[in-house]
Write a protein that binds this ligand. Structure first.
Ligand code: DC
Length: 222
């Protein structure tokens, strides 16, 4: 099989990871969740009790930190942090952390290396516009703020976290604002991305839609 690269971007709660994971498994290619990498950096900052204003210390810490994704699990200095990075506090901090230039530089370099060796489907905020500018297919998934907040709320509930819908919506609104207005590689659809609004669509419908776009563009490679 020829090597392919698929970029899936979009705001928090748009369904990127659910869709990307399912599509990757159907196509038999690797799935890379780049948001998980920013979350791992945020968790490291919390563990080391640094403040978001300690930019120099954050850069130093990140320089000496090993972040890896293997078999869908996320590792911070060799330890599996796949569950911990989903905590609400880590998610909230990951947004300002992702605006630090050195953090982006280090993670983008890692992400590009991952896509060099094998076919990948990568999800995030700047995959189509920056990390994999030459991706074979670029998808931008979005949904209304109410729908995205409800999805995140249900996700937290299913993990036994005590959260209320209003604060989940307020956190997502703040993250949207930070992610779309930061100077470096803000969240926005690439000019050549296909935009899919998932608001009133089922997961199955979106998976089928994404698969048919990929098959139409990469048929020879699949
Ligand atoms: O997708 P997520 O919620 O796990 O992402 C966590 C944060 O990481 C998000 O608020 C923005 C940042 N991020 C980014 O800046 N660039 C990416 N490619 C992926 C995530």
């Amino acid at each position: 099989m020829e090597k392919i690269a698929i970029a899936i971007d979009g705001p928090a709660g748009a369904g990127k990871s659910t869709i990307a994971k399912a599509v990757a498994s159907k196509l038999g290619i690797a799935y890379i969740d780049t948001g998980a990498m920013y979350r791992a950096v945020a968790l490291n900052i919390l563990r080391n009790k640094l403040q978001i204003s300690d930019i120099d210390k954050i850069c130093e810490l990140t320089r000496n930190t090993d972040i890896a994704i293997k078999g869908g699990r996320v590792f911070l200095n060799g330890g599996d942090v796949s569950r911990e990075i989903r905590d609400n506090e880590v998610g909230k901090l990951s947004s300002p952390v992702s605006a630090i230039p050195y953090v982006r530089e280090k993670l983008v370099e890692l992400q590009r290396k991952m896509a060099q060796s094998e076919s990948v489907i990568m999800d995030g905020r700047d995959i189509g516009t920056n990390v994999l500018k030459d991706a074979d297919v670029k998808i931008f998934l979005t949904a209304s703020i109410d729908e995205r907040s409800m999805r995140r709320y249900l996700e937290f509930k299913s993990r036994g976290c005590s959260v209320d819908l209003k604060s989940v919506k307020s956190d997502i609104t703040k993250r949207d604002e930070l992610d779309t207005t930061r100077k470096l590689n803000p969240l926005k659809p690439a000019d050549d991305a296909v935009i899919i609004d998932t608001t009133s669509k089922s997961i199955k419908e979106v998976i089928e839609e994404v698969l048919s776009i990929i098959k139409a563009r990469c048929n020879d490679a699949l």
